[in-house]
Structure formats: C-alpha cells, structure tokens
Design a protein around this ligand. Structure first.
Ligand SMILES: Nc1ncnc2c1ncn2[C@@H]1O[C@H](COP(=O)(O)OP(=O)(O)OP(=O)(O)O)[C@@H](O)[C@H]1O
Length: 293
C-alpha cells in the first residue's frame, strides 16, 4: 500500500493549505492509501517533517518556501521519498515551471497520475535551493515584498519593487569562481536560477530546464533608472540574456565572494552568509509532475 506524508503550511498563500490537504487526504484514503498529516507550526517544521517522513511520497502543500524546506529535509537522505506538490503558495514558481496544475482538483489528479521526474536542486553552503538565488538589489527587492503585497499583486510586485531598488544605484564587487573560469564584476545584482522561471515569470531563461544539471547565472550590468526601464521587455519576453552588458553562463558549481553586508535570498528566504558555495545535485530528488520536455 502506497504511503503519503502530507506536510502543509497553514500560513502559505491565501491560507487554503489546510483545506487542500484535508481534501487530498480524503481522496487518497478513498483509494486505500496510507496518509500521515503534518501541519507546520513554525518556520522550520517542514524540513524536520520531511527529514523524518517514513512514507513513499512526501507532499508539500504550500508555496516555494514550503517546497524549499521539504526538499532541504529530503536532500540529505540516501534514498529520499518521492516529492509531490500541491501548489497553495502565492507565486508557486516551481509548480509553474513543472507544469503542475494550480487548480486543486487537477493538482490532486496529478498526484495520482504523474510519474516521478528528476528534479535538479543545488546545495548552497548548508542550505538547499530549488528555484532561485538572488544577491544585491534583487534580493533587497524580494526582502521588501510582503506576503500581503504578493497576494494582492502576484509576481508583478517583484518587478515594481525591483525598479525601486535599482533606482538607488547600489552596486557591489563580486568574485565568482567556477571549475573553469573566474569573474570579477561590479554589479547591481546577481541571479542564479535552476529553472526557466524567476518569481513566476516562466520564460525568463528559455533554454533552462529543471533537469538540465546546470546553474544558470546572470550578472547584471550597472543599470541607470532609464536602462532598468528598458530591461523590462527583455525580462518578460525571455530575452534577459540579451540585455546589453548582461553576463550569462551555465555551470555545475560556483563560489561567490561578496561583501559581508550584501543581502541574499534563496527561494525567497534570507540566505546563508557569503562566501556562497553552490553545487548542483542532479538525479537525487524525484517529483510527481508531467514529463519534462
Ligand atoms: N505555521 C507557520 N506559521 C507561519 N509561517 C510559517 C508556518 N509554516 C511555515 N511558515 C513560513 O511561511 C513561509 C512562506 O511559505 P510559502 O513560501 O509556502 O508561501 P508563499 O510565500 O505564500 O508562497 P510562494 O513562495 O509560492 O509565493 C515559509 O518560508 C515558512 O518559513
């Protein structure tokens, strides 16, 4: 009999996680599956629950922050249970990337019918990342986005906050080292993404796939207010790489040295201190999702 641990965050998105989790439980039990319910009470609970789950499948009910924590619990395990996602966050970046339906009945159907697909994750110092790491003004913008703001405006709030902080013209010298190259850049922001989507904009990196084994790294040029406005269409149409002055490369591992005062975020949460050592972990986590093309 297949067993499931349902980890749900009552604080995610529009607080619909508990209802969704109960509905999934009822459907699974109708089909004679064994279910354990694990509501989070504190910010770190999801990681602990995933680290100790004894089921075949661990379902993360929530948004990218909850998925990040569930993955952080699964990743250190030798043979982790399969990950499933019931998107109940605000932006649901990873669910969009994986074409997991956002509508509840279809998302539940996906959990019953989808086959496991490999999902790249990355280790960042002692943390894990499933979607995006930002450093510099993008991280500052993300830090200034409140849950309320995300709920009201959706992904567009990141653009609006982003342009506000770009206008402050803060910049930092970063040093990046991969296995083959070194970069030293004076930049306003750095973005590392595992997938083709950033903050819910799903065509931000057209040639990236969630199982391609790469980190996709963008080092932005210093942008004036006027040039940052010109950057909007590049970002929305998936031509971010072609923005004049943008450095883009793919790598499997990267070390970033940055000033200690610099803000960074991993999957939306305040992140580890620099230097950041990032390495892709491929073929370890499997997720129930439509086949990745
Ligand atoms: N019981 C809880 N009460 C308050 N906060 C919690 C609780 N459980 C988890 N959290 C915190 O809530 C944060 C936000 O959750 P999550 O990312 O799932 O939702 P979201 O921000 O609405 O969605 P998205 O990231 O997709 O926009 C998590 O990073 C986690 O630290």
């Amino acid at each position: 009999m297949l067993s499931y641990t349902i980890i749900y965050n009552p604080a995610s998105g529009h607080a619909k996680g508990p209802t969704a989790a109960e509905l999934l439980k009822a459907k699974l039990e109708d089909h004679q599956r064994l279910v354990t319910m694990k509501p989070t009470k504190n910010a770190d609970d999801a990681r602990e629950f995933a680290a100790r789950a004894h089921s075949d499948i661990v379902v993360a009910v929530g948004g990218d922050g909850t998925i990040n924590q569930v993955v952080a619990g699964l990743a250190p395990r030798q043979q982790p249970p399969i990950l499933a996602i019931l998107p109940k966050g605000t932006v649901n970046n990873l669910a969009r990337v994986l074409h997991i339906p956002l509508l509840l009945p279809l998302a539940i159907k996906n959990i019953f019918e989808a086959n496991p697909q490999p999902l790249d994750i990355a280790q960042v110092n002692d943390r894990y990342m499933v979607s995006t790491l930002t450093l510099g003004v993008l991280a500052n913008a993300a830090l200034s986005v409140t849950q309320k703001g995300k709920r009201h405006f959706g992904p567009i709030i990141y653009l609006s906050k982003g342009f506000k902080v770009l206008a402050q013209h803060q910049h930092w010298v970063l040093q990046l080292d991969s296995a083959h190259r070194q970069w030293k850049k004076d930049t306003q922001f750095l973005l590392v993404t595992m997938t083709n989507s950033v903050g819910g904009f799903t065509n931000a990196v057209p040639d990236a796939a969630p199982d391609d084994g790469h980190l996709h790294v963008f080092i932005a040029p210093k942008l004036t207010w006027w040039r940052s406005l010109l950057a909007i269409p590049y970002f929305i149409t998936g031509n971010f790489q072609k923005l004049p002055g943008m450095t883009y490369f793919k790598t499997e591992q990267l070390t970033i040295q940055a000033p200690k005062t610099l803000q960074s975020r991993i999957d939306g949460d305040p992140s580890a201190k620099t230097p950041l050592k990032i390495a892709v972990i491929a073929d370890h986590i499997q997720v129930l999702a439509p086949p990745i093309k």
